[in-house]
Write a protein that binds this ligand. Structure first.
Ligand SMILES: [Zn+2]
Length: 463
């Protein structure tokens, strides 16, 4: 009947394909997590429009072929080239398979491409989620998932369906399938935690309590927690005792965090570690576009030491010792080169410490300019009011707005051609920070009240 009626219409005038008339108003992903014969993600995608269009795996390499379905045609095998797939006009749906365990077997475990233990797997959405190349925030996306309990950056709605936009798929964060779950509740936020395998020396609840104590330290920098819910993935690595092997925050919306931790790590080693705090501290600043490591890594590195001092995790002396140790590492990498050259090189660990040094200088300049009333954390509050992303120019403007006078450009222009850590000795002297053979000594000096305000919890008057 369908064929007949279509044929009849076509004798009158060219008709739009039937599918378009009934086409859904959303891009619909139906994802099935399969475990047999080995772990894989099978994706069926109903398109919301049948124009020719480009789709993309943000991180290419996992999927080689996408099958395209059109009315009355045999499925077309579309090659994925450099992550891209060109969908011919008339395509109403797609199917593809992300061969998770096959990739782990062939290439080894990958933080983005897939890793895990037992029945649980962790990977980044950018490896397996095909998305429109042009990702409009007005293009609706629905995603449903079966076959495994998943932790994605987003909260599912009724029926377990995720209501998203195409923009959400540009950076789709970290994803866990299977594994264990716990939650940490803090004022104004909740950490939704996937633990991919049990830790040898910790109960699941203790892992969540540790993450909670870590997250609480953000409130020594920001007035409120920046996001109401954040997904955190803890991926234990077998046979390793080092607490944190690697961590990353991805700018999904909201952000998601993954931490690779040694499965054999002792609780006291986890407690003393700073890496989880560093990753969480990235949430205190907006995502900088373009990526600007001296700002983002500088802020996270600088505030890691201040937050630990403010929360009583370490003494102020220890915080300064850590900063100075880092600046020394930065100076070794710089080997006399200028700030401009270090920023152009953009290589860790130097860029982290160059950035932390600039953060310290800006913080000091802001406090000097405002008689100790305002500091770098007020710049972060200011930027938070401007939205989830920012630019280096807007960062400089925010510093000036908080200072109440132009400050950033002059400091920046003066510093770029100088050696990367120029002025460090004079700054420490003014702050009353002295490195002695016995360790750091903190003394009264011209700017020591200012130094004390850095070490004290939210002492800038921004509460
Ligand atoms: Zn970082």
């Amino acid at each position: 009947m369908l064929t007949l009626s279509l044929g009849a219409c076509q004798t009158v005038a060219p008709q739009a394909p039937l599918r378009r008339e009934v086409s859904s108003q959303a891009l619909r992903y139906h994802v099935t997590y399969v475990r047999e014969p080995e772990h894989a993600l099978e994706v069926a995608l109903e398109l919301d429009q049948q124009e020719a269009q480009d789709f993309l795996f943000t991180q290419p390499g996992g999927v080689k072929t996408v099958w395209a379905f059109q009315d009355k045609e045999a499925p077309l095998a579309l090659p994925v080239q450099g992550g891209s797939v060109r969908l011919p006009r008339g395509t109403h749906s797609l199917r593809y398979r992300y061969p998770l365990d096959e990739l782990i077997r062939e290439r080894g475990p990958g933080f983005f491409t897939g890793m895990g233990q037992g029945e649980a797997r962790h990977l980044a959405g950018k490896s397996w989620l095909l998305r429109p190349r042009v990702a409009s925030p007005s293009r609706r996306v629905e995603l449903s998932l079966e076959g495994a309990e998943a932790l994605l950056p987003w909260v599912p709605g009724p029926g377990g369906r995720y209501a998203l936009t195409a923009e959400d798929l540009v950076n789709s964060g970290f994803h866990s399938f299977g594994g264990r779950r716990c939650q940490a509740h803090l004022p104004g936020t909740m950490l939704d935690v996937a633990l991919l395998a049990p830790m040898r020396h910790w109960e699941d609840g203790a892992v969540c309590a540790w993450l909670k104590r870590t997250a609480e330290q953000l409130l020594t920098v920001r007035r409120t927690f920046p996001y109401p819910r954040v997904a955190v993935h803890v991926v234990p690595v077998e046979g390793v005792r080092t607490p944190n092997l690697f961590g990353m925050l991805m700018w999904s919306s909201p952000p998601s965090i993954s931490l690779l931790v040694g499965q054999e790590a002792r609780p006291e080693a986890m407690e003393a570690d700073w890496a989880a705090l560093h990753e969480m501290l990235h949430m205190i600043h907006p995502a900088f576009v373009p990526r600007t490591a001296w700002i983002s890594e500088g802020l996270a590195t600088y505030f890691t030491e201040l937050a630990r001092a403010r929360s009583g995790r370490q003494t102020p002396e220890r915080a300064w010792a850590e900063l100075l140790k880092g600046f020394e590492r930065g100076q070794e990498q710089a080997a006399g080169r200028t700030l401009k050259e270090m920023i152009e090189e953009d290589a860790p660990p130097g860029i982290y410490w160059v950035g932390a040094y600039l953060a310290l200088r800006l913080d000091v300049e802001l406090r000097r300019a405002t008689q100790g009333q305002r500091g770098l954390e007020d710049v972060l509050e200011f930027l938070a009011g401007q939205g989830p992303t920012s630019t280096p120019v807007a960062y400089g403007a925010a510093v000036d707005a908080v200072a109440g006078k132009p400050l950033f450009e002059a400091l920046w222009a003066r510093s770029l051609p100088e050696p990367a850590f120029a002025g460090l000795e004079g700054l420490l002297e003014a702050l009353g920070v002295t490195l002695t053979p016995g360790g750091i000594q903190l003394q009264s000096a011209r700017d020591s009240p200012l130094r004390e305000s850095l070490e004290a919890q939210r002492a800038s008057g921004a509460r």
